[in-house]
Ligand binder design. Structure first.
Ligand code: NAP
Length: 233
């Protein structure tokens, strides 16, 4: 039986976390559609069988976003600007404005649940990462709008604030979840962030929740769902 009956639009599917989100949706047998900038990159990453699940476009373009929403009932957003590339669009355009644009259009389109990959320390204006185009402040502005839009009755949001993202297989570490942006630093596998994002589609404890997540000790996990109890108990 599927844990979530509906199509999930993944924005940023060809990113390093996005790829894992697609893999974890596949592993949970959840239907998905991918919004990507490059069809070629998507086909290289996921194979020719996903060709019917692609919309190619930019989150800077409202019409392209609308074309991607199709029958989506939920959105998982893992987009992020490239803060170290001076040629790239700044965090104000991607991490704030594009996320707000996506969330606004998704809600207008009838999407019920919005899951956003944000970051640890978004509420810390003096954090060193803010030297890069105020990226954390931009992410907080996007979070605020996602919370406002999707906290209305009939809708819901989940905002994940991971620590520094690293590469490794999922379900190999215990995790620490917290609220209130109290964890100063930490790291976590993108694969585990992806798994928690997918779990958030159908886990009641993730409903209307903003939380931080980092990994703790190495320890094989059957599921990551029980870590939500850390913040709901
Ligand atoms: N790096 C860290 O340690 C860290 C820590 C905490 C939180 N985060 C945040 O976690 C999220 C995921 O991080 P990541 O490292 O997986 O990111 P990533 O690999 O840089 O992927 C970012 C994704 O955003 C997409 N994107 C950027 N501009 C776009 C546009 N105009 N239209 C459509 N898609 C666009 C990229 O498309 P392409 O594939 O075409 O490039 C890519 O798929 C980001 O929001 C990041 O800021 C990162």
């Amino acid at each position: 039986m599927r844990s979530f009956n509906g199509t999930v639009l993944v924005a940023g599917a060809t990113g390093r976390t996005g790829v894992w989100i697609v893999k974890r949706l596949q592993s949970h047998q959840i239907d998905y559609h991918l919004f990507v900038r490059s069809g070629q990159k998507a086909l290289e990453l996921f194979g020719p069988e996903i060709i019917d699940k692609l919309t190619i476009g930019s989150v800077e373009n409202p019409e392209e976003i609308k074309a991607s929403l199709g029958h989506a009932e939920a959105v998982i957003c893992a987009i992020g600007g490239n803060v170290t590339d001076p040629e790239a669009a700044p965090p104000s355009a991607i991490d704030r404005d594009a996320v707000i644009r996506l969330a606004t259009l998704a809600k207008e389109h009838g999407v019920k649940k919005f899951i956003l990959v944000s970051s640890l320390c978004v509420t810390k204006p003096d954090h060193p990462m803010n030297k890069y185009g105020q990226v954390l402040a931009m992410k907080l502005a996007a979070e605020n709008e996602v919370r406002r839009l999707f906290s209305e009755p009939g809708f819901s949001f989940t905002i994940l604030r991971p620590g520094g993202l690293i590469e490794g297989p999922p379900l190999h570490h215990a995790l620490q979840f917290d609220t209130g942006d109290r964890i100063p630093t930490g790291k976590i596998n993108r694969s585990d962030v992806a798994e928690v994002a997918v779990l958030s589609l159908f886990t009641p404890d993730a409903h209307n929740l903003t939380f931080e997540l980092i990994e703790s000790e190495e320890s094989p996990q059957h599921s990551l769902a029980h870590f939500f109890a850390m913040i709901r108990s």
